[in-house]
Design a protein. Sequence first.
Length: 87
Amino acid sequence: YLKENAEKLKLLPAPQAAIDYYVDGDMYMFDEFQTSCEMRRPVIENLYDVFVAIRDDELAHVKTMEMLQTELDVTSIHDGECEVDIF
């Protein structure tokens, strides 16, 4: 769907709910359970970007679930183990 409709989706505005979540929201929990030290901040400019962000979120959930099934130590940006440049 995303590939077939990319041009149409890029012409449509992002829903306010997506902007509230990905741009203006409290990102603490967004970062809390990750499988790497990579800080994710999706750019949300249109509906295509929303679909990409949701797809990437679901992939991150899959990776986290895989790690929780195989390891007990999950990385958190907030636990001091990651060296992340926030600014």
